[in-house]
Design a protein around this ligand. Structure first.
Ligand SMILES: [Zn+2]
Length: 390
């Protein structure tokens, strides 16, 4: 009995120690999130990033600092149907510059590894720029230089839409590419080479498998996958298969995990479909009454919020993806690219960016050392950023 009591006491002590410890480790580590869509969210809805947006968004300036984020890559994006995406990208960059100018005490632009370290030292949120989707350069390689000169340090070769020079995961898997072969065209390869020469990371989230392999064979620098997960655990069109994960590692690159429930939990879609089906009659009658598809979806989403909350994936699912990559290729090739404010359903526990320390707690509970956690939270991304900046 005494022995049991002693073990119990020891267990409690260990637990209390690790409870405190995770917050310290989280605070000490450099936390880099390689993908967040708050910029577009603010742009479209007229929100200010430096205001309290709790209840409206996953992120705002103070909540990012509270969550211990040191470096945030802000995604520059519009969908493939928008006219003049390059001008739109520039307006979004203007907007980020304005946020920084208004909050010089709390944030700064980061375009070099040296500035990244300065931001960390000064306890400021380091703001990096990532352009999501090759369509943003409107088929003009000169715009790559232009975006680089304004601070862009990665470009995702495609979003869900293909460009004339690169095909997306969505379109490659749907076989909807009637007018072009899969992969990178000769011009696409030139764009990758130009990015390499400038020091703009080649981001392979969203790209089709053929584009992925063409880019791997073209890029002379380690590649980035800014917000994707593991296909073997959750077989959705834009997650990475094992041979792709191995190829990213071989290039010296990094896979930054997306937090979306639908990308980390293979049963999420089934649960979602069940909810949609249970409210189909109501949705149909609204459509009959003349409401648009989008308006109906929004109405159902708001009315049945609690049901939708209940089907979110647990944080453990996200950590399973992390473990999987570590087991397959090692701890040097994985990181975090939440996609907060670009996804409607992050893991249940991670309701917004302030909950980031729970990721560190989860890693510690799974047996990762402080050194390994530091690599996952930011060290691996820094290595890729440095290798691309040379
Ligand atoms: Zn995305």
């Amino acid at each position: 009995m005494k022995k049991i009591l002693l073990s119990l006491l020891l267990l409690t002590t260990i637990k209390t120690f690790s409870q405190k410890n995770y917050q310290q480790i989280h605070a000490d580590a450099i936390l880099i999130d390689s993908h967040n869509d708050i910029l577009n969210e603010c742009f479209e809805k007229g929100y200010s990033f430096d205001q309290n947006l709790q209840g409206k968004t996953h992120s705002d300036l103070n909540r990012m600092l509270q969550g211990g984020i040191d470096i945030q890559v802000f995604s520059i994006w519009c969908n493939g149907k928008k006219e003049h995406p390059f001008a739109y990208a520039n307006k979004q960059i203007d907007s980020l510059y304005a946020w920084i100018a208004r909050n010089t005490d709390k944030m700064m632009l980061v375009t070099t590894p040296k500035q990244l370290q300065q931001a960390v030292k000064q306890h400021k949120l380091g703001a990096m720029i990532g352009v999501e989707g090759g369509h943003m350069i409107e088929n003009n390689i000169a715009y790559v230089d232009s975006l680089y000169n304004r601070g862009t340090r990665y470009m995702t070769l495609t979003w869900n839409n293909s460009t004339p020079w690169s095909t997306s995961a969505m379109e490659e898997t749907k076989d909807s590419l009637l007018h072009q072969p899969k992969g990178l065209s000769a011009y696409g390869k030139q764009i990758v080479q130009r990015m390499n020469a400038l020091g703009m990371m080649v981001d392979l989230s969203h790209v089709g498998e053929q584009t992925f392999w063409d880019a791997i064979h073209t890029s002379t620098k380690p590649v980035l996958v800014s917000h994707s997960c593991v296909y073997n655990l959750c077989p959705v069109f834009r997650n990475l298969k094992d041979d792709q994960i191995k190829a990213v590692a071989k290039s010296g690159g990094v896979i930054q995990l997306n937090f979306y429930s639908g990308f980390i939990d293979s049963n999420y879609e089934k649960r979602m479909n069940a909810i949609i089906l249970s409210h189909k009659a109501e949705a149909d009658s609204l459509k009959l009454a003349g409401k648009s598809e989008a308006a109906v979806a929004k109405f159902i989403q708001n009315k049945y919020k609690t049901e939708l909350e209940a089907i979110k994936a647990p944080l453990s699912k996200l950590l399973d993806h992390l473990d999987y990559i570590v087991k397959l290729v090692g701890v040097d090739y994985v990181g975090l690219g939440s996609d907060f404010d670009g996804i409607e359903a992050p893991p249940a526990e991670l309701t917004d960016v302030t909950k980031y320390p729970l990721v560190t707690k989860g890693l510690l509970e799974r047996g990762y050392s402080k050194k390994e956690i530091e690599k996952i939270l930011g060290g691996n991304f820094i290595r890729v950023f440095e290798a691309n900046s040379r």
